[in-house]
Design a protein around this ligand. Structure first.
Ligand code: ADP
Length: 228
């Protein structure tokens, strides 16, 4: 059997920000591979570049140098349009705050990205129902975000992130806004989803207990990604 392709592969990625006349070097030759079915925790102190790394990996920001491969595809030379298309199909994002659309039901929030991608309503409904049921929200399909608990809202956000069956999930403190018990429950559901769908997940967290339950832990040290 041939080895699978990493869902995300960063090679010698550089990213710096201008600060007055000097430059702030955040990523300096960062390398990282995340494989299908793998959960990787990104744990590093504030200000070291976790969000920068997730933005660059998610094709939301361009690196100054280096290459980012998504599902084996190099992205540096792609047009903005091609990057957006790749992001829509291959990458799901979950943030600390759910950012659900308040006027729409849980189901509709998960249906919308699929419609934008061109799916028929019926197929999008079926996929959204399956996903939300898997995440324990089968009885909440028609609730609006305001009618859901914090943990339920975040599970809808996770369902929305994977609605188009991406190969890669990027999450920035996905349970950072939840109480410990809810956080634990949302995270357990997220692990089950990653395992069942062979997703690759890179999850920034300050929660060492959650990080300990992932397959690997990496941090950013001197602009490089190292295992901890
Ligand atoms: P983290 O997510 O680990 O807290 P960030 O990636 O948000 O870290 O930021 C890393 C560093 O880069 C911080 O010192 C931050 O102030 C700086 N930084 C982030 N974005 C910008 C920007 N757009 N312009 C200038 N500096 C930035």
């Amino acid at each position: 059997m041939s080895r699978p392709i990493p869902a995300l592969f960063l090679s010698q990625v550089e990213r710096s920000y201008r600060q007055g006349t000097s430059a702030l070097h955040i990523l300096r030759g960062a390398d990282l591979a995340v494989w299908p079915g793998e959960l990787v925790a990104l744990v590093a102190p504030s200000g070291t570049g976790k969000s920068t790394l997730l933005h660059v990996a998610g094709l939301l920001e361009k690196p100054d140098a280096g290459e980012i491969y998504i599902a084996g595809k190099p992205t540096a030379a792609l047009s903005e349009r091609a990057r957006t298309a790749l992001r829509r199909t291959e990458i799901g994002f979950v943030y600390q705050f759910h950012h659900l659309l308040p006027e729409f039901s849980a189901l509709e929030n998960v249906v919308l990205p699929q419609i934008i991608r061109g799916l028929e309503r019926e197929d999008a409904d079926r996929r959204a129902t399956e996903l939300l049921s898997f995440l324990g929200l089968g009885e909440r399909l028609n609730h609006r975000p305001a009618e859901l608990s914090g943990g339920e809202q975040q599970r809808v956000a996770i369902a929305r992130a994977v609605a188009n069956a991406p190969g890669l999930l990027l999450a920035d403190e996905p349970t950072g806004n939840l109480d410990p018990k809810t956080s634990e429950h949302v995270f357990t559901t997220l692990i089950a989803l990653v395992r069942a769908s062979r997703l690759a997940a890179l999850i920034a967290t300050h929660n060492m207990e959650l990080a300990a339950r992932m397959d690997r832990r990496v941090t950013i040290r001197d602009g490089q990604i190292v295992e901890v």
